[in-house]
Design a protein around this ligand. Structure first.
Ligand code: GDP
Ligand code: IMO
Ligand code: MG
Length: 435
């Protein structure tokens, strides 16, 4: 599928809407593919001729041998996870070298202490936990904001080990205070010998790929080349605009792309909002349309809704238009890519949340992402006609059952953004342009 200029793929909900699939589909013609936020908390599934992959860090554009895949400076990089991914891809015949993968020297590294702090904090929160992926994301971004930590560029320095040991010393003191368990499993993971051995093992593999992507991005943009931004997580998980505090620590929308690349709104041709035909969420936090009974279980089974990173069952519910309208607004989305409509083929009833009620007032759009509002908001539904027959793999919108066509039209009319692309199966081919 052909795009022109700079396009960004973002997720309009709480993640897992199918971004990986679209980046794979679009990156066939891309010159640069830029992953711009989050870290190995992401799990982006790609099903193509090479097999099925769950990417946590590497941009899914890596399958295009002519594109340069970039991990931007605002990505939280676990060097160990990254090397595991590189090895897995190489084993499956995908060539990866400094020719097609560039890692920003400015990106901070997830170290074992971030993972320890993430898990210790979650346990200490008890019932008030966020339900993080346990990948060290919050502590990494906290350190970055505090202007401490180890960056990918440090791997190129002669005193790399000294930098690690200095930081390890400080972090060990912190974790000794946090972890009261005897013996502490986390402190074991921080033994200097182990930490150094792990990082020595990956240094040689990653060092040739580390550099400064910014001038390359700017030149490509000026030359009118095709740049594809790959967002991780979703707008409702944005640290500032998401359902705080049940959010991640980065910016999954256009803002995140701009911070990462220095390209601004005027440089961006299109923001594609990947939207699942129903709602899912992993981890804690309010979800007004959550279905706790049999119907939710059925959506989970038909949609195979289990986390690509942690394997946790995803919470499932009906499509939530008030939160979608909010995401489209704050995400600057001008084109919707609707996914997983085929999952609704198997449902005996289909509903859509048209608005919320809160304190006796009607809300068409989520007025604030504050979790407390969402927790109290009552979802009001409209019953949609179910359909017989299938949308799965169908190539032409006109061949969808009429009720499925109406479902799609209902969404775009309700939110005022066109559904331009439809995905109706996990594989690369199961997608078409509608407009
Ligand atoms: P991401 O994090 O947004 O990239 O999404 P995930 O990979 O975490 O979750 C999306 C899941 O849905 C994956 O298992 C995909 O293979 C699958 N998927 C993507 N698009 C479709 C679709 O249109 N239909 C079906 N049935 N599955 C899809
Ligand atoms: P992709 O890119 C779904 C959720 C976690 C948790 C919250 C904070 O695959 O869509 P964190 O580990 O980031 O501190 O966890 O955010 N979360 C995701 N949920 N998809 C993701 O990524 C997610 N990344 C983080 O479940 O609720
Ligand atoms: Mg995912």
């Amino acid at each position: 599928m052909k795009l022109k200029g700079t396009n960004i793929v973002i997720d309009t909900a709480w993640g897992d809407s199918g971004k990986g699939k679209f980046v794979d589909v679009f990156s066939g013609d891309a010159d640069l593919v830029v992953r711009f936020n989050g870290g190995a908390n992401a799990g982006h599934t790609v099903v193509n001729d090479y097999g099925e992959f769950k990417f946590h860090l590497i941009p899914t554009g890596i399958f295009n041998p002519d594109a340069l895949s970039i991990l931007a400076g605002s990505v939280a990089i676990s060097p160990l996870t990254l090397v595991d991914e590189i090895n897995e891809l190489r084993e499956k015949g995908v060539a990866i070298s400094e020719k097609n993968l560039l890692i920003s020297e400015y990106a901070h590294m997830i170290m074992p202490w971030h993972i320890a702090r993430d898990n210790l904090r979650e346990s200490a929160r008890g019932d008030a936990k966020v339900g993080t992926t346990g990948r060290g994301i919050g502590p990494l971004y906290a350190d970055r904001t505090e202007r401490v930590g180890v960056r990918m560029g440090d791997m190129l320095k002669k005193n790399f080990e000294e930098i690690i040991l200095r930081e390890l010393d400080w972090q060990t003191k912190l974790i000794t205070l946090m972890d009261t368990e005897e013996p502490s499993p986390y402190l074991e993971s921080l033994s200097p010998e182990k930490v150094l051995a792990d990082f020595r093992a990956v240094q040689e593999i990653l060092a040739p790929m580390i550099g400064n992507p910014l001038p390359i991005i700017w030149e490509a943009q000026k030359a009118g080349k095709e740049i594809l931004g790959e967002g991780a997580q979703g707008i409702l998980l944005d640290i500032d605009l998401g359902t705080y505090p049940y959010v991640t620590s980065s910016h999954p929308g256009v803002t995140g792309f701009s911070i990462a690349t220095g390209l601004q709104q005027n440089d961006i041709s299109r923001v594609i909002g990947v939207t699942k035909a129903y709602q899912t969420r992993v981890g804690e936090g309010p979800m007004p349309t959550e279905l706790l009974g049999e119907i939710g279980d059925k959506l989970r089974e038909l949609g195979n809704e289990y986390g690509a990173t942690t394997g946790r069952p995803r919470r499932c519910g009906w499509l939530d238009l008030p939160s979608l309208r909010y995401s489209l607004q704050v995400g600057g989305v001008n084109s919707i890519a609707l996914t997983k409509i085929d999952v609704l083929d198997g449902m005996d009833e289909i509903k859509i949340c048209t608005h919320y009620e809160y304190n006796g007032k009607k809300y068409d759009t989520l007025p604030t992402a504050d979790a407390a509002f969402m927790a109290e908001a009552k979802a009001i539904y409209e019953m949609m006609p179910k359909w017989d027959g299938a949308t799965f793999g169908v190539k032409d919108f006109a061949d969808f059952p009429q009720e499925a066509q109406d479902y799609v039209k209902y969404i775009e009319d309700s939110v005022g953004v066109p559904v331009e692309i439809i995905s109706n199966g996990p594989a690369r081919e199961e997608v078409f342009y509608r407009i």
